[in-house]
Design a protein around this ligand. Structure first.
Ligand code: PLP
Ligand code: TYF
Length: 397
């Protein structure tokens, strides 16, 4: 019956994660998958989250299905963090939000919905981007092409090429944008550059789909959501997928959200209905437990600031490791220009120059980076950062 089924190559990042797990060398260093590790190399359980879990675990309420759109309290909390606590768009009821199965589920539901109502549109993703973007949009039936984003020679954002390309796009083209902490490059637009993109979006009537998986890990919760707020101010209609996987360190609970910013409340109520229908035919309703934990943290006046402080500490640790890696590289290989590292932000750094040395880094030094030359900066700690700098310097000399 199933003899015609072809083999699935797997996800290269997840495959590498397994290779790391099975590597017997105690000195191995994992800079491959995008997970946040603490300075001891552990994936943390946040204190605020553990306290919220105690509250949720103590509940004796029956575990019934959530609505298709998820928990109303959760959706309210998503709107607060993504759009800001005093958002005009949220206040006027023109934002429709649902709870989703992680950020991935939000991308899936959003792309299915768009495919139904914009069958003649095609999608544009950055070159490079997270592999799953292409997979999800093609899976929804869209033709997907890339827009110029990163210049591998300068190892920096190529904003001139990106903005020139956007100026050529047809109306209603879906443009997938990373508001902060670009995966994989760590190269983000400045606020002024985002303003220019917002202007092009308005002029050319493009349809932005924002994927925000790292809010708070770049510069701060509000700074990282600059693009969201700028599109709202400009009166644009758009979608935002957000993920709590990293910033709650709750990857396996699959907590995310999808919001559609509409022209008015009437349009938003229809957007909500269509998102519900897309959920219904995908997985019916989202899982309840993780969502209740997240909403408990976000809506509790004591837990919320505790959590914000924990995310701020994660961000500061990543920044400190980036600085220390840069310092080590300058020391071990001063002839090379490492300054691009300091121009990048968030969980990742991207050094295409390291890509051809991936296997050597793994075999000779036990340093796992992914194929493209992406480095997960959050895998660095005070015990391994200098060994990483030595390994990178050695392969590039
Ligand atoms: N979008 C980007 C850019 C990501 O890096 C990730 C990473 O996991 C996701 C979406 C998926 O988020 P989630 O794990 O919540 O599905
Ligand atoms: O890019 C990363 O490493 C993260 C984690 O199929 C991830 O976004 C990687 C691959 C995948 C799911 C999550």
């Amino acid at each position: 019956m199933f003899s015609t089924l072809s083999a699935y190559a797997g996800d290269p990042i997840l495959t590498l994660q397994l290779a790391y797990r099975d590597d017997p060398r105690p000195e191995k260093i994992n800079l491959s998958i995008g997970l946040y590790y603490d300075n001891e190399g552990n994936i943390p359980r946040l204190e605020s989250v553990q306290r919220a879990q105690k509250v949720v675990n103590a509940s004796t309420a029956p575990c019934t299905y959530l609505p298709m759109s998820g928990s109303p309290a959760y959706c309210k909390a998503v709107q607060g963090i993504v759009f800001g606590e005093h958002s005009e768009a949220v206040g006027s009821g023109r934002v429709a939000t649902i709870q989703t199965v992680g950020g991935s589920g939000a991308l899936k539901v959003g792309s299915d919905l768009l495919r139904k109502f914009f069958p003649n549109s095609s999608a544009r993703i950055s070159s490079p981007t997270w592999d799953n973007h292409r997979a999800i949009f093609e899976g929804a039936g869209f033709s997907v092409e890339t827009y110029p984003y990163f210049d591998p020679v300068t190892q920096r954002l190529d904003f001139a090429a990106m903005s020139a390309y956007f100026r050529t796009l047809a109306a209603e083209t879906i443009v997938l944008l990373h508001p902060c902490c670009h995966n994989p490059t760590g190269a983000d637009l400045s606020h002024a550059q985002w303003d220019e993109i917002v202007q092009i979006v308005a002029e050319r009537k493009l349809l932005p789909f924002l994927d925000m998986a790292y809010q708070g890990l770049g510069e701060g919760f509000d700074q990282d959501a600059y693009l969201v707020r700028a599109l709202v101010r400009a009166g644009q209609s758009f979608l935002v997928a957000n993920s709590f996987s990293k910033i709650f360190s709750l990857y396996g609970e699959r907590c995310g959200g999808l919001s559609m910013v509409c022209a008015d409340a009437d349009e938003a109520s229809r957007a909500l209905g269509q998102m519900q229908q897309a959920v219904r035919r995908n997985y019916s309703s989202p899982p309840a437990y993780g969502g209740h934990v997240v909403e408990t943290v976000l809506l509790d006046p004591q837990l919320r600031p505790m959590w914000e402080a924990e995310v701020n500490a994660m961000r500061e640790r990543i920044q400190a490791m980036r600085t220390q890696l840069h310092r080590g590289l300058v020391q071990h290989h001063p002839a090379y220009d490492w300054d691009f590292l300091m121009a990048q932000s968030g969980m990742f750094s991207y050094a295409p120059a390291l890509a051809p040395h991936m296997h050597e880094l793994i075999e000779r030094f036990g340093v796992y980076i992914i194929e493209s030359g992406r480095i997960c900066v959050a895998g660095l700690n005070t015990s391994n950062v200098d060994r990483v700098a030595q390994a990178f310097a050695a392969v590039l000399k």
